[in-house]
Design a protein around this ligand. Structure first.
Ligand code: SAH
Length: 219
């Protein structure tokens, strides 16, 4: 129950106060147990206003950023959604809670296995976790109604744009390795419109449509 209290507090102080209005998104953020997606030693910090390390030098995004990306994506039940950068599986669980059919891809095999196990254990059956470089999307299941890229991209891959259905939404952090703009791209009648959402800081997207391996800066 203690986690419910923390989750409610997170909704009020971090999300509503900063302008998240979509009640379905707020409900998903309340119901998906974020403490199940962080390492055991960090459970007490699970609902804190910050990203947290999840091992393998990667992070679970700050709650506000997850909510902002999800709200911007306007997810409806039955939408086909692609997430690039599964990490802990938390963002995928939020999309699944909203009724999307979720395809999520992670390049780090250890994180892939961990997320797959966690999502199955918690009962998120409408999520499929793939292993590999998702920087150019996942063509096998395209087109998507929603694509969320949860790692920092140097630019928007045209290959990814090609996997959007008409009326689809793409949310992606674009910038350098240290600062990015969270962008919403909306496809309508074959044209793309772009809106700036927030400044943000993500770990790098590594791969063909992202940064070269050495950019991660850990070697
Ligand atoms: N959405 C996650 C957090 C993502 S952190 C969550 O809810 O927990 C970013 C993740 O993107 C990292 O796990 C990293 O390994 C992964 N990543 C980086 N480049 C990638 C690529 N080209 N394809 C797939 N995953 C990638």
């Amino acid at each position: 129950m203690q986690f419910q209290v923390r989750a409610r507090d997170m909704i009020e102080t971090q999300l509503r106060r900063r302008g998240i209005r979509d009640e379905r998104v707020l409900e998903a953020m309340l119901r998906v147990p974020r403490h199940e997606f962080v390492p055991a030693e960090l459970v007490t910090a699970a609902y804190d206003d910050r990203p947290l390390p999840i091992g393998e030098a990667e992070t679970i995004s700050q709650p506000y950023i997850v909510a902002a990306m999800t709200e911007a994506a306007r997810v409806s039940p039955g939408d086909k959604a692609l997430e690039v950068g599964t990490g802990s599986g938390y963002q995928a669980a939020i999309l699944a809670y909203l009724g999307a059919t979720v395809y999520t891809i992670e390049r780090n095999p250890r994180l892939t296995v961990g997320a797959r196990e966690r999502l199955t254990r918690l009962g998120y059956l409408n999520v499929q976790v793939f292993s590999g470089d998702g920087s150019e999307g996942l063509p096998a299941n395209a087109p998507y109604d929603v694509i969320l890229v949860t790692a920092a991209a140097p630019s928007v891959s045209p290959v990814l744009l090609g996997q959007l259905a008409d009326e689809a939404r793409l949310v992606v952090p674009v910038g350098d390795l240290y600062h990015q703009d969270l962008l919403l791209l909306f496809k309508h009648g074959g044209e793309m419109a772009t809106r700036f959402l927030d400044p943000c800081q993500f770990v790098p997207l590594i791969g063909k449509g992202g940064w070269p391996e050495r950019s991660a800066g850990f070697d």
